[in-house]
Ligand binder design. Structure first.
Ligand SMILES: O=C(O)c1ccccc1N[C@@H]1O[C@H](COP(=O)(O)O)[C@@H](O)[C@H]1O
Length: 213
């Protein structure tokens, strides 16, 4: 089995960026949604992104941002991967011409296959629980709702932490996992210990032998 990629999202402090990099994160998320307690301005995100070594990807998270807001963030961080977590249409996700992740809000009756077909230009579909306020709520959704034949790479997210990520990886076999609340001591303030434990649990899952389907 190949290595499950790790994204740690909602960083606001230098020490948290360094802790994530040291623990082996592949991507670091900056929340550009002003209503989030994890919001950072484009200038602040650019400052934090300067700490990233090569091959660790900065990701910008947007919720129904205007074209001007998206452009301002891209001016500060031109090489970031985009994550659309609101009600953006495929055309809005594609407008900047950058690779993007599209968040799906998983709940009973949600048609993930149809959603993934609509966003076929996405680099991956990020599966999050349907929560009020769009995301970052630390809520796990029912992983059995995920069909086996999603046509895009899948990022598993929503309420992950060191105690459940191994089971999530073995059950869903995602390309990557994404965590925010599960590695926090308070909203927007990460814990180096929880980040380390989370990354270690992902590596433990990757080391499990793959069972025949
Ligand atoms: O982090 C936020 O504040 C946030 C705000 C609006 C939309 C998404 C947000 N975060 C993303 O939500 C998922 C799940 O997070 P959690 O681990 O359950 O807290 C993750 O992709 C965050 O990046």
């Amino acid at each position: 089995m190949s290595r499950t990629r790790i994204k740690i999202c909602g960083l606001t402090r230098e020490a948290d960026v360094l802790a994530a990099v040291q623990a082996g994160a592949d991507a670091i998320g900056f929340v550009f949604y002003p209503k989030s307690p994890r919001y950072v301005s484009p200038a602040r995100a650019a400052e934090l992104a300067r700490l990233l070594p090569p091959f660790v990807t900065p990701v910008g998270l947007f919720v129904n941002a205007s074209a001007a807001e998206l452009d301002a963030a891209l001016q500060a961080l031109p090489n970031m991967l985009l994550q659309f977590h609101g009600d953006e249409t495929p055309a809005e996700c594609e407008r900047a011409g950058r690779p993007y992740l599209r968040a799906a809000r998983m709940g009973e009756g949600f048609d993930l296959l149809n959603f993934a077909a609509q966003y076929s230009s996405a680099q991956a579909i990020l599966l999050d629980a349907h929560v009020e306020g769009y995301g970052g709520g630390g809520k796990v959704f029912d992983w059995s709702l995920i069909p086996k034949n999603v046509p895009s790479p899948v990022v598993l997210s929503g309420g992950l932490h060191a105690g459940n990520v191994l089971t999530g990886i073995l059950q869903v076999r995602p390309t990557a996992v994404d965590v925010s609340s599960g590695v926090e001591e308070a909203k927007g303030l990460k814990s180096a210990v929880l980040i380390r434990q989370f990354c270690a649990a992902v590596r433990q899952a990757d080391a499990q032998p793959e069972l025949p389907a």
